[in-house]
Write a protein that binds this ligand. Structure first.
Ligand SMILES: [Zn+2]
Length: 260
């Protein structure tokens, strides 16, 4: 159907060493002092001193060890216990809440924010041996994330359209990539761009489209409490941006798969 030149862009970041400018965990940067009362080594201070970006939706897998994650989980548990205490919830005296600090800390570190700490899933890519240049669409892929403003869930679906170039990956890899990118606190507008960047870095397709449609619990559970509201975002690149016929074909495939 449609062919076009690759439009891949260089991947960003990822070149900073663990200890940065020659400073170890006990270096002399002002950030290196742990906050009072924690007694745990301050991972964030160490990473910032080393020049590592630690925004909520950054992946810092290259800079944290399994021991760091164990310490993070233990420290988070202490802080969640403190949060319950300051909310006047007697966790120790309430059988429903006794294990909540442990459960909540584990959920954050190992599940819902795991995309910050886990390396990118392995994506075995293959040469496009048969020179396929037809559009295909994958979806709906279930997405689960958390809004960086309120740390409450974002739940929805994504569709990915690809017009291949030199490389292809298996269909399940799109789901794994989406899961990895989404398991971080963020906003949907940035998440969809990050997902598109990852797909582009993996296969540099001739055309790429991502559509994401999600319910934000920060609008349903609190705030305006509008449970029916959804947010739809899209990113179109390469041929799928420049060729309106290809774009229409993608959107009709998506409509046929339950979105539209
Ligand atoms: Zn929010």
């Amino acid at each position: 159907m449609v062919t076009g030149a690759p439009f891949g862009r260089a991947r960003k970041g990822g070149t900073i060493s663990r200890t940065g400018k020659g400073r170890g965990p006990s270096g002399d940067a002002p950030h290196d002092t742990p906050p009072p009362g924690t007694g745990a080594p301050d991972l964030l201070a160490r990473l910032l001193a080393a020049g590592v970006s630690c925004r909520a939706n950054d992946n810092i897998a290259d800079f944290v060890t399994p021991q760091d994650l164990d310490a993070m989980e233990a420290e988070a548990e202490r802080h969640v216990a403190g949060l319950l205490r300051c909310l006047a919830i007697d966790a120790a005296g309430d059988h429903n809440s006794t294990d909540t600090p442990r459960r909540y800390a584990r959920m954050l570190v190992r599940e819902v924010f795991a995309g910050r700490y886990a390396p990118r899933p392995a994506l075995t890519d293959f040469p496009n041996a048969r020179k396929l240049d037809e559009l295909y669409a994958v979806g709906p892929i279930t997405i689960r994330s958390a809004c960086a403003h309120h740390l409450v869930p974002i739940i929805g679906e994504a569709w990915i359209g690809v017009i291949p170039e030199e490389r292809v990956i298996g269909l399940s890899k799109f789901s794994r990539l989406a899961q990895w990118v989404m398991s971080r606190p963020q906003i949907q507008e940035e998440a969809i761009v990050m997902l598109a960047d990852e797909i582009e870095a993996a296969i540099a397709p001739a055309g790429l489209a991502v559509v994401m449609r999600a319910k934000h619990l920060c609008c349903a559970w609190r705030g305006v409490r509008d449970g029916g509201q959804m947010m739809t975002t899209s990113v179109m690149r390469g041929v799928l941006r420049t060729d309106s016929t290809a774009r229409r074909e993608f959107l009709s495939l998506v409509a046929g798969q339950g979105h539209g």
